[in-house]
Design a binder for this molecule. Sequence first.
Ligand SMILES: *Cc1c(COP(=O)(O)O)cnc(C)c1O
Length: 230
Amino acid sequence: MNNSIIDRYQQVQERIKQACIKYNRQPGSVALLAVSKTKPIEDIKALTKVGHTQFGENYVQECMDKIEQLPQLEWHFIGPIQSNKTKHIAANLSWVHSVDRLKIAQRLNDQRPEGLAPLNILLEVNISGEESKAGFKAVDVEQTALEIAQMPNLKLRGLMAIPQKAQNFEQQCQPFAAMQTLLNELNQKHPTWQLDTLSMGMSADLEAAIKEGATIVRIGTDIFGARDYS
Ligand SMILES: *Cc1c(COP(=O)(O)O)cnc(C)c1O
């Protein structure tokens, strides 16, 4: 079991490496976030044996349990955030990819304990404009970023998206390209922000995301196997 996780992890790292070569991305410019939601702590420990340290989780309670057992790892919160759960996130995480309302950012800022480094923040963008999906409209991102720039306990690093499912590679690329354009526009208008992070690409579309400028890909299934929600 653990051997197969390591094998699959190495295959994903190889896909990232090949995509970087193919699309002229600097080697090492794309980080792999291992998305371990619903998976047991043993699966995470297996990956730490080969030196992996960055893990993403979606559910607050599950995430806190895992952090308690493996506090030395770098934990990223990537799931939906209810405002009554922000305190745990502010106190225990290094990164939050799924900030989708200003109120959440404000609470994370207010609740970040003194003495910790600023919490790294990504704004989630509803880039495909889906009615049912979380995230800011692209046109609202700049105003929100202006407000977050005033919050001392947060460090705005960039943007995150989960685009609509696409039928082919070209369709996969379109929303990712729009994300890169949005990030570039923000950096041109506000050079001091130095936004350096685009979190996009999952198991099914990591190559398209890397082509269009992803700096973090979030991979669950292709490392840990299918998730069982029963
Ligand atoms: C579950 C999840 C992933 C991982 O998706 P896979 O298709 O299993 O690789 C990535 N990002 C977010 C936000 C997720 O919720």
